[in-house]
Design a protein around this ligand. Structure first.
Ligand code: PLP
Length: 360
């Protein structure tokens, strides 16, 4: 079997070019006589790999020196605790609940202080983003937290919230590097890399320098202190070396594509192909309010469980894999991250058109 079009929400598709470089460099990385997998994280080769990865990542987003970039283990979920432990000096923060990931971050934060739900879209199964122009934010809140693209429900913010002068913290796991990020708007921008950047095993945390201090909540584990990690250049203990290397290759691939503005155009074009079809189809329907549609995660349904099952079985057979929707939404979900070529989306739409004709 050749390579499939993988619509998984994560771990997800990687650029083929990057996988080929990994294969070429597998046994002997740049004349070192070793694989990156075997290499000491204190070696000069690995130091170059991590330095270059950080440099390229900073260049892609346009991150000034006033922000720290951390490559951390533990996935995005670990940050649900690390964020309050590092930032909740007044033990109070506001959370906007737009889906399961935002809710889990909110519930985790309750372990450390007064986490306040500022708004929620739970009333309509998280199918929209609530109005965030005038939230009940108070001056004693340490930060305002959002999940900017909701992986499970397929919504995204059109505008960032008015935080009334409070720091903004955003989980961008499922939209990381899919479009430009204006870092000046955030105190912390972070995400797990396995959705839109690289293989599983790491989060990247971009945090404003003045927030990286010894002043963390009592009991904060050494490894979860941003200061520990920043002072050691993400090399305090053994980092996820191979994931950092692979992400570095993806950063180079993104630069070669033309950077994040070009990725945004490509992603808009891909998403439009699928949404235009969903809007014209009599069988398939999108599940969220149009104005908040994600460019990355596209949930859709037929309204008939048996037909959904048939579609998932037949599409898998045809090489379009992992289209089954999240269990809380049902139906289907196509995740069309950076590495999904336009051809993958247009071929999926052709398949859907054909399925609709045969089963309509
Ligand atoms: C997948 C996901 C997470 C959880 O990521 P892990 O790396 O598995 O901890 C958190 N937030 C968002 C938006 C996600 O999509």
């Amino acid at each position: 079997m050749g390579r499939v079009y993988n619509f998984s929400a994560g771990p997800a598709m990687m650029p083929e070019e990057v996988l080929k470089t990994c294969a070429e460099e597998m046994l002997d990385y740049h004349g070192s006589g070793q694989s990156v997998m075997e290499m000491s994280h204190r070696s000069k080769w690995f130091q170059e790999i991590i330095d270059e990865a950080e440099k390229d990542f900073r260049e892609l987003i346009g991150i000034p020196d006033t922000y720290k970039v951390l490559f951390l283990q533990g996935g995005a979920w670990t940050q649900f605790s690390a964020i309050p432990m590092n930032l909740m000096k007044n033990r109070k923060a506001g959370y906007v609940i737009t889906g399961q990931w935002a809710k889990k971050a909110y519930e985790e934060a309750k372990n450390y202080g007064d986490a306040v739900a500022l708004a929620s879209s739970a009333d309509r199964t998280f199918s929209y983003i609530p109005d965030v122009s005038d939230l009940p934010i108070t001056d004693d809140m340490d930060y305002v937290y959002i999940c900017q693209n909701n992986t499970i429900y397929g919504t995204r913010y059109k505008e960032l919230p008015n935080t009334k002068g409070r720091d903004l913290v955003a989980d961008v796991s499922s939209m990381f590097l899919s479009e430009p990020h204006d870092i000046s708007k955030y105190a912390v921008l972070y995400g797990g890399v396995q959705k839109n950047v690289g293989p599983a095993g790491m989060s990247i945390v971009v945090v404003r320098g003045d927030l990286v201090t010894e002043d963390t909540l009592p009991g904060t584990p050494t490894l979860l202190k941003y200061k520990t990690q920043a002072d050691a250049g993400s090399l305090f203990n053994t980092p996820p070396c191979y994931t950092i290397y692979t992400c570095g290759l993806v950063f180079k691939w993104l630069k070669k594509q033309g950077g994040l503005s070009v990725m945004k155009e490509k992603n808009e074009k891909k998403a439009k192909i699928l949404y235009d079809y969903l809007d014209s189809s009599k069988m398939f329907k999108g599940t969220v309010d149009k104005e908040y549609r994600s460019l990355m995660n596209v949930p859709f349904v037929t309204g008939d469980d048996e037909l959904n099952k048939k579609f998932i079985a037949e599409s898998t057979e045809a090489g379009f894999v992992n289209l089954k929707g999240h269990r809380t939404v049902g139906g289907m979900r196509a995740s069309i991250y950076n590495a999904m070529p336009e051809e993958g989306v247009s071929k999926l739409v052709e398949f859907m058109e054909d399925f609709e004709k045969k089963n309509g």
